[in-house]
Each structure stands twice: as C-alpha cells, then as structure tokens.
Design a protein around this ligand. Structure first.
Ligand code: AFD
Ligand code: MN
Ligand code: MN
Length: 424
C-alpha cells in the first residue's frame, strides 16, 4: 500500500489551525526554535528489518496480520512510516534473514521510498538450514577453529551484501558466552573472539565502520563474552580506528547509568551507534521512551553535549537505530511511537541551557543544575516536532493518520492474516 500525498495534505489541513496555535508560543518566545526545527528535520532514525513483524517471546508469538513477507514488503512498510513521519529514512538489514535476490532492484525500490541502507547485521547466534557447523557453543569464540572460520566468513559475506546495497557499517552482536560456571575459559574466549574480529576487520572497506554491540546476558546466562561497554571498548580499541562501540539501551544490568557510559565513549571517540528501545528488567525491547522517558532525555543530553564538544554533526556522526519488537502492539504503530519519543528527547536536549548548566556546575549549585535539566524535560516540545514533520512533508499526527486510513486493515487485505515476517 502506498500513501497518497493528498491524504497527508488533507490530514494536515484539518489540524493546521490548532497546530499553529500551539506552535505560536515557540516562534514568539523561544529564540532557537528555528535551529531546533532544522536539526529535527535532518535527524533520521533507521528501522531494523526485524521490527516490522511481531517479535514474540520464547513462550509464544501472536502474529498481528499483514506482516511483510519479503524484503520488498519490509521496505514498503518503512516507506509508509517514512511517508508519515519523514524521519525513518533508513533500514538496517539482518543477514541471512534479508538477503536480497536482486540488490540493484532493492536499491532502486529503497530509493523510491527515500530509504538508505544503514548498518548491516550479521547473525551467528542461530544455526541456518544446511549450515555445516553449529553455533551452539559460540561462534567467534568457539574452541574449534573451523567454527570460528565459518562465522568470520559469514560476516565477510554480510559486508559484501552491504557493499552491493550502499551500506557503510557492519554491526556485530554475538550471543557467545557460557551458561554455567566452569564451562568457558574467559581469557581464551576473549582472545579467540579478538582474533576472529580482527579477521573480519581486515575485510572491512576503508570507509566502513564496525560496530561492536555488547549485551549483559541472554541467551547465555552465566557469562557473555562481549558483555559490557568495557569489553566492547577493549575490542574496538584493539581493532583500530574503524571499530566502535554500539550501545543498545536494553543491554545493561539494572540501574546502569547509561548516560555516563555514553558520555565517556563519545569523549573517547569510540561511540559508533545506538539501538533505541526501553525496558523495565532487561532486554525487553519495549517502545523507546515508554518506561523511562527521563533516562532517554538524559542520554540525549549527553549526546548533544558530547557531539557539540567535538563539533560533530548530530544527524550523521553516529548510527541511530531502533531495536525493539514485541508481542502486543501493531509493529508499525510501535515504531511511530518510538521515533516520536526519540525526537522528543532529542528536541528537549537541544533546549537545555548549556551555558547556565556549566555555570551551575562550576558553582556546585546542585539545585540549579537539576532545575535546568528538568526545565527542558518538562517543556512540551510536541509542536516543534510536528512542525519539523510538516515542513519535511510528513503528517502532523502520524499515528492518528495511520489509524484513520486503516493502514493495518489494508495491509491484511493485501497480504493476509497469517503472514510471517522473515526473521526470528
Ligand atoms: C539482539 C541485539 C541485536 C540483534 C538482535 C537480533 O539487540 O542488535 O541484532 O537482537 O534480533 O538482542
Ligand atoms: Mn540491539
Ligand atoms: Mn537486544
């Protein structure tokens, strides 16, 4: 299904008056409103191909209907999102779930929707049909060099697919680790993983980035070989200048201070990318900003501060991606909510009075510092984000329009109720 521009225009016309009323405060009262709107227009958030179907848990999966059955249909879904919000102009593919049969045709289709190819993801956490050796006991860390070699070659193949599509980054997330004390020699597992990563790094084109994702636990429950930002940072440092750490918000132990981790990695020039989601307990993959919006704001506060301190472009210096999918929402509605939550946190971070904040810090004025942050966080920036969408050609209220147009019903009509998205 394709959205027609008149549908967006009609929707925007019907909301124009109340939108302008809300926006008036900004244009009259806030000096940097125009700058913020410009930055919001530039800020694109990549959609992972695996978030377009119902995620499920290990206890079950409740498919919602009309899910994309192919890479072409996944691009179609992101095309819909992007038409609605003009902020989802990138896709992150997972190999082998998304191997394009005709890369040129896929590239053209993506271009029609205004979508580019963000980081490519390799998969050595599952065995694929016909695969000679198993990853049951790990991939890049495996005790058997033949398994490690197979996993290295897979990653190199992922780079090749990415090159054909115009991507410029490889994300490596490993399930490698151990389930029981005594199972693994930690030192050897670390060294073997480094060795394997080095072999992949050698095949990385000069203008590519390698993003090393860490995760505290699951599917291994005793140890994870790249389990925290420290080990990811070590690998990224040992690998070289093209390797960076990727922060997935759900991959920390409870109560970790993610904003501090982000600040330090960015300052050390080793922060490469982000996977946005939210969680209550662990890798819950919930909608960004749904549980801890203040934490999301604090993270963006450090991102804006750190990027500005190094004179970096907010939109292009890091890889921005959502990594969320679960059982109980329409995946497209969920993604619209996540993108909006990310934009709100970003806009609020842009509002922070950084000069005043620094002064408060220098004076040890703790109360004032908190007031400055919360002043920004408690400001309703929704009209600004809507205005950015409007100017870029999107809808003032993407979610409302999605529902008005019965998009999901139409997708079910086209694809059927019992479709399964390729992937997990
Ligand atoms: C994992 C990681 C990740 C990986 C994905 C696969 O967050 O980035 O690619 O799930 O579904 O938990
Ligand atoms: Mn992730
Ligand atoms: Mn995850």
């Amino acid at each position: 299904m394709q959205l027609e521009s008149y549908q967006i225009a009609d929707h925007n016309n019907s909301l124009q008056e109340s939108h302008q009323r809300k926006l008036a405060y900004w244009t009259e009262e806030v000096a940097n409103a125009e700058t913020i709107i410009g930055k919001l227009i530039d800020f694109q958030i990549a959609i992972p191909s695996w978030a377009l179907g119902t995620g499920g848990t290990r206890f079950g999966r409740f498919a919602g209907g009309g899910e994309p059955r192919s890479l072409e249909e996944k691009l179609g879904d992101i095309g819909l999102l992007h038409a609605l919000n003009q902020s989802s102009g990138a896709i992150s593919l997972h190999i082998p779930w998304d191997i394009p049969t005709d890369p040129e045709a896929i590239k053209q289709l993506a271009a029609q929707y205004g979508i580019r190819f963000d980081a490519m993801n390799s998969n050595t956490f599952q065995d694929q049909p016909g695969q000679p050796l198993s990853y049951k006991f790990g991939s890049l860390q495996h005790v058997d060099p033949a398994v490690r070699q197979q996993a290295v070659e897979h990653n190199i193949e992922v780079i090749r697919h990415g090159l054909a599509l115009g991507s410029d980054a490889l994300t490596v997330w490993l399930a490698d680790g151990s389930c029981f004390p005594g199972q693994l020699n930690f030192r050897k597992a670390f060294e073997r993983t480094l060795d394997s990563l080095q072999a992949i790094y050698k095949a990385l084109p000069d203008d590519w980035k390698m993003l090393v994702e860490y995760k505290a636990y699951e599917p291994n429950f005793y140890s994870t070989t790249i389990g925290d930002w420290g080990s990811s940072f070590l690998y990224a440092t040992k690998l070289g200048p093209k390797a960076y750490t990727l922060v997935d918000l759900g991959h920390h132990l409870p109560n970790a201070n993610i904003e501090q981790i982000v600040a330090i990695l960015l300052n050390e020039k080793k922060l490469g990318g982000f996977h946005f989601n939210d969680s209550k307990y662990g890798d819950d993959d919930l909608t960004a900003g749904s549980v801890k919006p203040y934490q999301l704001f604090l993270i963006f506060n450090e991102l804006v501060d750190g990027l500005d301190a190094r004179g970096l472009n907010h939109a292009t210096s890091l890889g921005w991606m959502i990594d969320a999918s679960h059982n109980v929402k329409d995946p497209l509605e969920d993604l619209l909510q996540s993108v909006e939550a990310i934009q709100l946190a970003y806009a609020q971070a842009l509002l922070v009075d950084r000069v005043a904040l620094e002064e408060a810090r220098e004076a040890n004025d703790v109360v004032r510092a908190q007031e400055i942050l919360q002043e920004a966080f408690r400001t309703d920036v929704r009209p600004l984000v809507a205005e950015a969408r409007l100017r870029a050609g999107g809808a003032i209220q993407p979610l409302a329009l999605y529902r008005q147009l019965n998009v999901r019903q139409k997708l079910i009509g086209e694809r059927g109720t019992k479709t399964i998205a390729t992937g997990l």
